[in-house]
Design a protein around this ligand. Sequence first.
Ligand SMILES: *[C@@H]1O[C@H](CO)[C@@H](O)[C@H](O)[C@H]1NC(C)=O
Ligand SMILES: *[C@@H]1O[C@H](CO)[C@@H](O)[C@H](O)[C@H]1NC(C)=O
Ligand SMILES: *[C@@H]1O[C@H](CO)[C@@H](O)[C@H](O)[C@H]1NC(C)=O
Ligand SMILES: *[C@@H]1O[C@H](CO)[C@@H](O)[C@H](O)[C@H]1NC(C)=O
Ligand SMILES: *[C@@H]1O[C@H](CO)[C@@H](O)[C@H](O)[C@H]1NC(C)=O
Length: 552
Amino acid sequence: MGKPNFLFLSIISTLLVLAQAEDPYLFYTWNVKYATLSPLGVPQQVITINDQFPGPWINSTSNNNIVVNVFNHLDEPLLFTWNGIQQRKNSWQEGTLGTNCPIQPGTNFTFHFQVKDQIGSYYYYPTTALHRAAGGYGPLTIHSRDLIPVPFDWPEAEYNVLVGDWYSKSHATLKKQLDGGRTIGKPDGVIINGKNGKGDGKDAPMFTMTPGKTYRYRFCNVGMKNSINVRIQGHSMKLVEIEGSHTVQNVYDSLDVHLGQCYSVLVTADQTPKDYYLVASTRFTKTVLTSTATIRYAGSNSPASPALPEAPIGWAWSLNQFRSFRWNLTASAARPNPQGSYHYGKINITRTIKLVNSAGSVDGKLRYAVNGVSHTNTETPLKLAEYFGVADKVFKYDIIKDEPAENVGDKITMAPNVINATFRNFVEIIFENHEKSVQSWHLSGYSFFPVAIEPGRWTPEKRKNYNLIDAVSRHTIHVYPKSWAAIMTTLDNAGMWNLRALVLERQYLGQQLYISVLSPERSLRDEYNMLDDQLVCGIVKGMPVPKPYSGA
Ligand SMILES: *[C@@H]1O[C@H](CO)[C@@H](O)[C@H](O)[C@H]1NC(C)=O
Ligand SMILES: *[C@@H]1O[C@H](CO)[C@@H](O)[C@H](O)[C@H]1NC(C)=O
Ligand SMILES: *[C@@H]1O[C@H](CO)[C@@H](O)[C@H](O)[C@H]1NC(C)=O
Ligand SMILES: *[C@@H]1O[C@H](CO)[C@@H](O)[C@H](O)[C@H]1NC(C)=O
Ligand SMILES: *[C@@H]1O[C@H](CO)[C@@H](O)[C@H](O)[C@H]1NC(C)=O
């Protein structure tokens, strides 16, 4: 069976490439290495891409084809994920351990994906080991195509601002702690684009603004544990986009950016020409960790005021801010139609899945779970096991229940956690947080409508409080302590998709799962074929490649 299929497969993938030929390609070659840098002022091991930390900016336009040839110079297997890029029909390029075999040290692998029908602010990061604790992340932005109107004027410049908490221990030491069953504890500082500024006037300006001009700042929280509040001395920020959706343009003094989230704002240089601090500080923590970056007005050299604006206190403020975010229903998106014409509130829910996070221990070691199951990665990626028809040898579907018992988190078991979902179902997912810390969740492959966040426990009656009109379509949602959040989405993107906690140690110790969305048709209309150069590993290595999808 092998040979004809290989031939057929390459014809199909050639056709696929031809079919997309009208959309421009962006090519990148990345050399991923260790380097010694001092993000918090003390030398430590960091992961760089082409000697940069954060990594290179992927600056794209809707529908561009992106090709990234990654050379792994680390001593460990490596993968990158493209956080928030929907990978339509293409979970093959998702870059998580449930979809891809990792790139072995000393080898290279090329990611191919299209930023189809998306706009907005995103970032990429390594998903293997605990590499994210060493960096390896960078900004990925998608502009609207020329003919698509954008609801604000083209800014003078755009600045990517990747903020996050940071540990001064190496990722290897932190990983050893987690593997040994212990928490990695609290972070040691906050960094902005890889640097920790102390607000002492000693740092070189990171951003420059010309008086009178307007700039777009794209904030993403790429950290590991804490929500971060961002603000700029003396300036307000006009919110224009959240994770790929144009918002109603409210003005804020500061924004809470929870783990994994991205917000873009417009800032006008309309104050006295001098330096100003951009401030990022942790939220909901006993000890507040802070970092500054200097914004200079071009042509001035007066120092910034040492008085840093304070962050708000408590999470009620944060919840109110979340509720103020609204989708601009009249702004066009990547395609001219979807927003105003798409009434998600009128679609009947076909499945409700309630997910409860918990912490506990298994054999005396710390683990984190979803509905009592702590996910374990398998040597054969789930996607490949399913595609090659050997899923039953690698994992079981649906080991958690959609309606878990109240005490579901009390006992934790370890297993690959995969939900079998029905293609094109309209689902409601409830994240119920019984714990005392803020959670943040990312669903890959989709954007969803976060219709509510409320304190307490969810019940079906709470649906009457949902925002069924203008919730901001996005890919990451946070949940306050002892609260719940509800999201809705149509499962119309076939593939194997990761739903993960953004708190890094929770994710690493099992607080994640996969949603398998299989199109029964095995048609190219619904899912691309595996490319010839896809890495194979585990039990599928050497197996004949299944009959490729056909049609269109
Ligand atoms: C980013 O891409 C946009 C759209 O193609 C372009 O106008 C802009 O100049 C680019 N920015 C940089 C810094 O390359
Ligand atoms: C590895 O890099 C070489 C040289 O750029 C390229 O020709 C080849 O296709 C790459 N291999 C993979 C698996 O991406
Ligand atoms: C929404 O977008 C439209 C179209 O670009 C724009 O005219 C309008 O001002 C925006 N509305 C708000 C409230 O931001
Ligand atoms: C949704 O469900 C209601 C009640 O079961 C039914 O009357 C209605 O036709 C359904 N709407 C759609 C769009 O399927
Ligand atoms: C998954 O669900 C579909 C229905 O959507 C069903 O046909 C299929 O048998 C299920 N697969 C497994 C392995 O349970």
